[in-house]
Design a protein around this ligand. Structure first.
Ligand code: UDP
Length: 330
């Protein structure tokens, strides 16, 4: 199949591009390189440096490249920034998706797999979170992703654009080749920050609060391996082709790990003492987020190949050891 990957130069988009190519698909990437890296894009893909808001050009690419389906990653994803600059998030995420959908309707491309987030659920008491839980985002980032899902729902009803939204929990790890991985600037995510310590780039890792109502007092998250996550996108595409039905699914591991447990696991993987210091809570962090992925396991036959946090951290470690400065090393 010929697939357009938006945001293909970003962390998740670059892994998707590579894995689709490895499976024999043709891939066209569009990315405005605002947060992504050209070096992360597999050279076998056709790359357009293009903003999804440039509807006319996107429509032209969809038509001239004979695109059959879109996988949509292009979005801003920093929760903190989304709270201080909400309009930036509505503009890029919601308006950007609006332009993309219009271009798709224009070019008669009727399938889209879309990266959504656990942040659409907001805070809930009882874990694990299933798709039946109410969507109640507590930050702008989650609100924009929910708005994008809603837009797709109505575009389906009016124009027959079929979509699958995948609601990610904490995506982590790197491609097992060690060639691509998670490189954000600035970095805000736990695993890359922990690994900066054995990499000699920071002296200790800060633990954002140890007074949560959890067994060791630190926040619990559900970490899902990047390669397992991309497998789900391929299944979602197959599902759209075979069943032509829109849907949405959670994507997580079903298991929760605390910040302290993640640091312990990283110490085992790297053989480094990784000093940690307790700091204040980070605003807006829920104590526990654990997914139920039963729906995608049951309905799409998704299964995980990497089910230990050690395996996820080890893959990230291989990437970060080889790319101490991220893609600036290349
Ligand atoms: N965290 C931490 N120290 C850091 C970065 C993150 O203690 O330097 C915690 C954060 O408070 C959260 C967990 O690690 O409980 C995962 O954070 P991350 O930003 O990776 O993902 P999020 O769950 O916010 O999407």
């Amino acid at each position: 199949m010929k697939i357009l990957v938006t945001g293909g130069a970003g962390y998740i988009g670059s892994h998707c591009t590579r894995m689709l190519l490895d499976q024999g698909h043709d891939v066209v990437v569009i990315d405005n390189l605002s947060t992504g890296y050209r070096q992360a894009v597999d050279p076998r893909a056709t790359m357009y440096e293009l903003d999804i808001k440039n509807q006319k050009e996107v429509s032209r690419v969809l038509t001239t490249e004979h695109i059959e389906a879109v996988i949509h990653f292009a979005a801003y994803s920093l929760v903190g920034e989304s709270m201080s600059d909400p309009i930036k998030y509505y503009d890029n995420n919601v308006y950007g998706t609006m332009c993309l959908l219009e271009a798709m309707i224009d070019a008669n491309v009727k399938r889209i797999v879309f990266s959504s987030t656990a942040a659409v659920y907001g805070e809930h008491e009882t874990m694990p979170i299933t798709e039946a839980y109410e969507e109640c985002p507590t930050n702008t980032y989650g609100a924009t992703k929910l708005a994008m899902e809603e837009m797709m729902k109505w575009a389906d009803i009016a124009h027959g654009v079929k979509y699958i939204a995948l609601r990610y929990f904490n995506v982590a790890g790197a491609h097992r080749s060690g060639e691509i991985g998670e490189a954000h600037n600035p970095e805000t995510h736990l695993i890359p920050l922990i690994l900066q310590v054995p990499n000699g780039k920071r002296d200790f890792i800060s633990i954002f609060g140890d007074d949560y109502d959890t067994p060791d007092g630190t926040c619990i998250r559900d970490y899902i391996d990047i390669e397992d996550l991309i497998d789900a996108h391929v299944l979602a595409l197959d599902h759209l082709v075979n069943n032509n039905r829109s849907d949405y699914f959670n994507l997580g591991s079903g298991a929760g790990y605390s910040v302290k447990e993640m640091i312990e696991a990283a110490r085992r993987v790297t053989n480094h003492p990784i000093p940690a210091k307790i700091g204040p809570r980070r605003a807006g962090d829920p104590a526990r987020l654990i997914a139920s992925s039963d729906k995608i396991i049951r309905e799409l036959g998704w299964k995980r190949n990497y089910d230990t946090v050690e395996s996820i951290i080890a893959s990230a470690w291989t990437f970060h050891r080889n790319h101490r400065e991220g893609y600036a090393d290349e």
